[in-house]
Design a protein around this ligand. Structure first.
Ligand code: FE
Ligand code: FE
Length: 162
C-alpha cells in the first residue's frame, strides 16, 4: 500500500515537476526558433540551458532521498503547453504572434513557479533542507525568466507606441 503522508505527497509532486521540466525542455527549442526578436530568442535559449540544470537538480533530490528518479505525467503542464500551441497556430504570421509566444512561455513559468513554491514549503516542513535549497535555486531561475519575458513584452509594446 502506498503512503499518503506529506513525504509521499512531496515525492509525487516532485515526479510531476520532473515530468513538467522535461516537457518544458522539449518545447523550448521550437519556441526559441519561432521567436521573431533576437531578445526573445536568446532569452528562451538561455532558459533551455537553465532547464537542463533544473532537471539535474530534481535528480539530485531524488537521489538525496534514496528514491529512484521517476516522472509522473502531469495534465496541468500538458494543458498549458497545448493552449500555447493553439494560440501560436491561430496567430501565426500575424502582428500579435510574438505577444502570444511570450504569453505561452510565461504560462509555463507560472506553472513552474507555483509548483516550486509549494515544494519548497513542503521540503522545509519535512526538514529536507538540501532539497529546499536546490528547489530554491530553480525557483529563482523561473522568476528571473518570467521577469525577463515581461520586460521583453513591455519593450515591444513601447516600441509600437513610438
Ligand atoms: Fe523549469
Ligand atoms: Fe522555466
Amino acid at each position: 500500500m502506498s503512503e499518503k503522508n506529506l513525504e509521499a505527497l512531496f515525492l509525487h509532486s516532485l515526479k510531476e515537476l520532473y515530468f513538467a521540466e522535461q516537457q518544458a525542455l522539449k518545447g523550448l527549442p521550437a519556441m526559441a526558433r519561432a521567436a521573431e526578436s533576437e531578445e526573445l530568442r536568446s532569452a528562451l535559449e538561455a532558459h533551455r540551458g537553465e532547464t537542463e540544470d533544473q532537471i539535474r537538480r530534481l535528480e539530485r533530490i531524488f537521489e538525496s532521498m534514496d528514491q529512484r528518479v521517476e516522472a509522473v505525467p502531469a495534465d496541468g503542464i500538458l494543458g498549458v503547453i497545448k493552449e500555447g500551441q493553439a494560440v501560436l497556430e491561430r496567430f501565426a504570421g500575424g502582428e500579435a504572434f510574438e505577444a502570444g509566444l511570450i504569453a505561452a512561455a510565461q504560462a509555463i513559468e507560472h506553472y513552474e513557479i507555483a509548483r516550486y513554491g509549494t515544494l519548497i514549503a513542503w521540503a522545509e516542513q519535512l526538514g529536507l533542507s538540501e532539497a529546499a535549497d536546490l528547489l530554491e535555486e530553480s525557483l529563482e531561475e523561473e522568476t528571473d525568466t518570467d521577469e525577463i519575458l515581461s520586460e521583453i513584452a513591455e519593450a515591444a509594446i513601447n516600441r509600437e507606441a513610438v
